[in-house]
Design a protein around this ligand. Sequence first.
Ligand code: FES
Length: 177
Amino acid sequence: MAEQEGVRRRDFINVAAVSAAGVAGIGVVIPLVSQMSASADVLAASSTEVDISAIQQGQAIKAIFRKQPVFIRNLTQREIDEANKVDVSSLRDPQSLEERTKEGKANWLITMGVCTHLGCVPLGAGEGEPRGEFGGYFCPCHGSHYDTAARIRKGPAPLNLQVPEYEFTSDTVVTIG
Ligand code: FES
């Protein structure tokens, strides 16, 4: 009985933590929404605008889109070359870097930060985080390795990190969603 209560209490703490994270995500979006007209509110609630001007080559940032993490990465030429030299037909989820980026902007790799196995947040976007055996992202939950195009290369994840709908609204601003 005592243990059952302990489990319930832990569940509650987990739920509370998730709720707090959800609220933090909304906090990022609300300041943008409040400056827009009423009709734009609906649109803004489902999209996220990100200034990418400060992301140096080789760096990535985490943004929030519909309460989920998004990785925005500025690939180096070496990382682009590594992605391009892979035989696409040998991949579990065959896609080229070109198919996963916008024309003329192969260095901007924008993906959901959600492992396609069971939904953990992979490492590799934060400064100093391990990027796995293929230099992209690494999911420590069950050991999935993604390459520099965020394609699954090793481990249990069935698919590449998902590329969300997005567009460049200027050279330095991306609107996701
Ligand atoms: S959730 Fe990422 S490897 Fe299982």
